[in-house]
Ligand binder design. Structure first.
Ligand code: SF4
Ligand code: SF4
Length: 340
């Protein structure tokens, strides 16, 4: 321990994950030497939790860092940071990823095709345990809450869950969605400036959308995005349209330009770009030879600026930029995960 504090991580200190294997974990990071994803409880199906027990388990892990060591599962994790960590028991990092089904079939999505995963997942209603966390003030109102999946909006408890979190005062909720099902609770979160939604559209035309998504919902998604854009709080516009470059399917300037123009037309201010994980894995050793894909990210930047759109580079697009702009190889935890 130094005057600056000691090394630990936000998830270990105050995080919890409800995952798709019916396991409660501390985090979902699994790309470090120690293996990550410390388990708090297995075989979980939505029961009210004994929080004293959960926090006691976390304290045992946290204690290692307070003594100047590194908890075994955390060895080599890039999320470890030195700072002054507090000693309190609360949750301010929450990942809800126990949803498994989706109303879309993106060609790049392994989860939607993993029949074993689906067979082994026992779905449960998350509302009672979240209500308990709110009633007991275990969940901080400024908690970072990420909702991923699967597609959470198709589950019957989704609206109640999101209303609960919004009414409790949570104001930092991030949702990844297919955008196919419109959610009034999402619109409410956007209007209150408490929620951010990202929808991966991946296309500027219906034809390309259907080749990637394998569902005929291009107009529905465009309409829902327009409604969400209209609902968002002017000071905190938080609707993001995303484009995952799938080489051989949507890797064309004209498609990207159309996507950005459509996005601007419906009132969205933020876009993000990424690259198909499968393609990155297959070409990992030769990424520096694929200048074409990097050039598409550069083209996206140029047109996004023209359309007054903020552009975010998501993980794989950021890696491609680093390799081609700075000639750097990628080090760190993401390497193992991406190499597969
Ligand atoms: S594995 Fe990494 S993200 Fe997970 S608790 Fe340990 S340090 Fe934090
Ligand atoms: S919307 Fe998300 S969960 Fe659904 S198929 Fe596409 S990538 Fe998978």
């Amino acid at each position: 321990m130094t005057n600056n504090g000691f090394i630990s991580c936000s998830w270990l200190e105050h995080g919890i994950i409800f995952d798709h294997e019916n396991i409660l974990r501390v985090c979902c990071s699994q790309c470090n030497e120690g293996g990550g994803r410390p388990v708090l409880r297995g075989n979980y199906c939505g029961e009210i939790l004994d929080w004293d027990k959960i926090f006691q388990q976390k304290r045992e892990m946290r204690k290692v860092h307070r003594r100047g060591g590194i908890f075994d599962k955390c060895r080599g994790c890039i999320l470890l940071k030195e700072r002054q960590w507090d000693d309190e028991d609360y949750i301010d990092m929450l990942l809800l990823t126990h949803w498994i089904n989706c109303n879309c079939k993106c060609i790049y999505c392994p989860a939607v095709r993993d029949e074993d995963l689906k067979k082994n997942n026992r779905h449960y209603n998350i509302v009672p345990v979240l209500t308990d966390m709110c009633n007991k003030n275990i969940l901080r109102k400024n908690a970072y809450i990420s909702i991923a999946g699967g597609e959470s909006t198709i589950y019957p408890e989704f609206e109640d869950m999101l209303h609960l979190l919004l009414d409790y005062g949570c104001d930092n909720i991030l949702l990844n969605s297919s955008g196919i099902k419109y959610s009034p609770a999402v619109a409410k979160g956007l209007s209150e400036g408490k929620l951010q939604i990202t929808v991966s559209v991946d296309a500027g035309t219906r034809e390309t959308y259907e080749k990637i998504k394998l569902v005929k919902t291009y107009e529905t998604v465009s309409g829902n995005l327009a409604k969400y854009a209209a609902a968002q709080n002017e000071d905190k516009d938080r609707v993001c349209s995303k484009y995952i470059i799938v080489p051989g399917v949507n890797d064309r300037e004209a498609e990207i330009e159309k996507w950005l123009e459509n996005t601007a037309d419906i009132g969205i201010k933020e876009v993000s770009i990424d690259i198909d994980l499968r393609w990155i894995q297959q070409n990992f050793e030769q990424l520096s030879h694929y200048r074409r894909i990097y050039e598409l990210t550069a083209f996206t930047k140029k047109i996004a600026e023209r359309e007054n759109l903020r552009l975010r580079y998501d993980e794989r697009a950021a890696i491609m930029r680093k390799i081609h702009r700075k000639g750097k190889n990628i080090l760190g935890g993401t390497l193992c995960k991406i190499k597969g």
